[in-house]
Design a protein around this ligand. Structure first.
Ligand SMILES: C[S@@+](CC[C@H](N)C(=O)[O-])C[C@H]1O[C@@H](n2cnc3c(N)ncnc32)[C@H](O)[C@@H]1O
Length: 289
C-alpha cells in the first residue's frame, strides 16, 4: 500500500530518525564527491557554491565544507536541524551555514547564486505540488549552467524484489495510470498476487519510510522528461544501493555478497544493471535558460 502525503506524519517520522542521521559511508555522497565534483572542477575554476536542501544531520554539508566548498544547508525538521548545527559547530564551522526552513525560505536567498543545489533523499518525500514548486525555486537560485544533484527512489527496483512493493508498482505505475483497474476491476490485484509466493512480504517495519509515510518512486527512463519540463537538462544517472539478488532470498547468501555488492557502488554506478538492482539513483542535471 502506498501512503498518501501527510505533513504531520512525515514530520514525526523524520524527527524519530534524527539520531541515526550521520552515517559515515553513503554511496550517494561519494558519487557527488568523487565523480561529479572532480569532473566539474576540471572545467571550472574558482570557489564552488552549494546548497544542500534537506541536509538532514549535516553529514554531506560537513564533507563539502571540509573540501573548501562554500556550502549552506537548509533543514525543515527541528531535531535534524539541531544535529546539523551541532556537527558543524564541533568541527569548527559556522553554525549559521545551516538554515532552518523548507521551500518557502528559498525565496530569501539571492537568485543565480549557486553552482550546485543538492537534494539527497528528499524529493521522494514531497507531494507532487511541492516537488514542482521546488524545481521552480531551484531554477531561480542556480547560476546559469548550475547543476541540480538529486536522488530518486528507483521504481524499477520493485520489479526485482517479488514482494509487496512489486504489487504496489503494478498498481501505481501500470494499473492506475493506464486505467486497467477501472477496466478490469480490483480483482486484477488478487490475480497478480496469485502469481507471487510472497506478495505480502516483507513485514511492516517502523523504520522503513515507505511502510509509514508517502514515498514516490521514479521511473529512471522518464526522469529526463520530468526535468526538461522545468528547464533542466539531464546529464547523467548514477545508480546506488545495489542488491544483486531479490532481498527475500539475499539472507541465504549473507556474507558472500558483500564484496560483490560493493564493486557496483560508485565505480559501476553508470551501468545498466542499476536500473533493476539498485534501489535509488543520483541525477546530475544542468539549468537551461
Ligand atoms: C532521508 S533524509 C536525507 C537527509 C540528508 N539529505 C542525507 O542525505 O542524509 C530526508 C530529508 O528530507 C527532508 N524533507 C522531507 N520532507 C520534506 C518537506 N516536505 N520539505 C522539506 N524537507 C523535507 C527531511 O527533513 C530530511 O532532511
Amino acid at each position: 500500500m502506498v501512503h498518501k502525503y501527510n505533513a504531520k506524519k512525515t514530520q514525526k517520522y523524520f524527527d524519530s530518525l534524527a539520531g541515526d542521521y550521520f552515517s559515515a559511508y553513503a554511496p550517494r555522497d561519494e558519487i557527488l564527491l568523487k565523480l561529479i565534483l572532480p569532473k566539474y572542477k576540471e572545467k571550472n575554476s574558482g570557489k564552488i557554491t552549494a546548497l544542500d536542501f534537506g541536509c538532514g544531520g549535516g553529514a554531506l554539508l560537513l564533507k563539502m565544507l571540509e573540501r573548501g566548498i562554500k556550502a549552506k544547508g537548509i533543514e525543515k525538521h527541528d531535531e535534524l536541524y539541531q544535529l546539523a548545527q551541532k556537527r558543524l559547530g564541533e568541527s569548527g564551522f559556522d553554525k549559521a551555514n545551516v538554515i532552518k526552513g523548507s521551500i518557502k525560505e528559498l525565496n530569501s536567498l539571492p537568485k543565480n547564486s549557486f553552482d550546485f543545489i543538492i537534494l539527497m533523499g528528499v524529493l521522494q518525500y514531497l507531494p507532487p505540488h511541492q516537488r514542482s514548486q521546488l524545481y521552480v525555486k531551484i531554477h531561480r537560485l542556480l547560476k546559469p549552467k548550475g547543476h541540480i544533484i538529486s536522488t530518486f527512489q528507483n521504481a524499477f527496483f520493485d520489479l526485482f524484489t517479488f514482494n509487496k512493493y512489486t504489487v504496489d508498482l503494478f498498481q501505481e505505475k501500470f494499473f492506475k495510470p493506464l486505467g486497467l483497474d477501472k477496466l478490469l476491476g480490483q480483482g486484477i490485484t488478487k490475480d497478480l498476487k496469485s502469481l507471487m509466493t510472497h506478495p505480502d512480504k516483507p513485514d511492516y517495519s517502523a523504520s522503513t519510510a515507505r511502510d509509514n509515510i508517502y514515498v514516490e518512486t521514479t521511473n529512471p527512463l522518464t526522469i529526463g522528461e520530468e526535468l526538461a519540463s522545468y528547464k533542466f537538462k539531464l546529464l547523467q544517472k548514477y545508480f546506488y544501493n545495489f542488491f544483486p539478488l531479490p532481498r527475500l532470498i539475499e539472507n541465504k547468501y549473507k556474507g558472500q555478497l558483500d564484496k560483490f555488492k560493493k564493486q557496483f557502488e560508485v565505480t559501476r554506478s553508470k551501468e545498466w544493471y542499476g536500473h533493476f538492482m539498485a534501489n535509488a539513483f543520483v541525477v546530475d542535471c544542468v539549468k537551461e535558460n
